[in-house]
Design a protein. Structure first.
Length: 161
């Protein structure tokens, strides 16, 4: 996203950005596989869990980006299909609308939340907008391939122990 100059610190402003304004500020899109995990003991339950998840970067361990593709105001990812395979077996399928109805809606929520806090985004920052295939368990040695159609494939090989 490229915030317009003069709107406060890195795009913060009074009033909310619209989805159309956010869409117009995006210049690229890429398929990605977000590797999730945690650095603390126990599962996602109990008091204090939110604090642990926040301190653990939202349980994002790594982000593997595919090649950047141009994104214009006419780009519509709501019906864009994604297929996730582990070792060649389909383990998840979905479309862009699984991310709050449209990935741009997820980004708009983030932009407005940051703006309310007096912060913004800088040009060139990548943002993950949500999963289209769900969270899938993997094991050492597994190969995960996400097929994003005309956005290309993203592949991750998980090291054997």
């Amino acid at each position: 996203m490229r915030p317009a100059p003069g709107q406060g610190p890195a795009g913060a402003r009074y009033g909310e950005y619209t989805a159309d304004e956010v869409r117009a500020a995006v210049d690229a899109v890429a398929g990605a596989i977000e590797v999730v995990g945690r650095h603390f003991e126990g599962g996602p339950s109990g008091e204090g869990m939110l604090g642990l998840v926040i301190a653990d970067h939202g349980v994002c361990v790594s982000l593997v980006l595919g090649d950047a593709k141009p994104f214009g105001p006419e780009t519509d990812l709501r019906d864009h299909a994604v297929t996730m395979r582990i070792n060649g077996e389909v383990v998840g399928e979905g479309v862009g609308s699984m991310a709050l109805g449209d990935p741009v809606n997820s980004l708009t929520w983030l932009v407005n939340s940051l703006s309310k806090a007096g912060r913004g985004m800088r040009a060139g920052e990548w943002v993950t907008t949500g999963t289209c295939s769900g969270i899938v368990a993997v094991a050492p040695g597994d190969i995960a391939v996400a097929d994003f159609g005309d956005l290309g494939n993203v592949e991750v090989t998980f090291a054997a122990e």
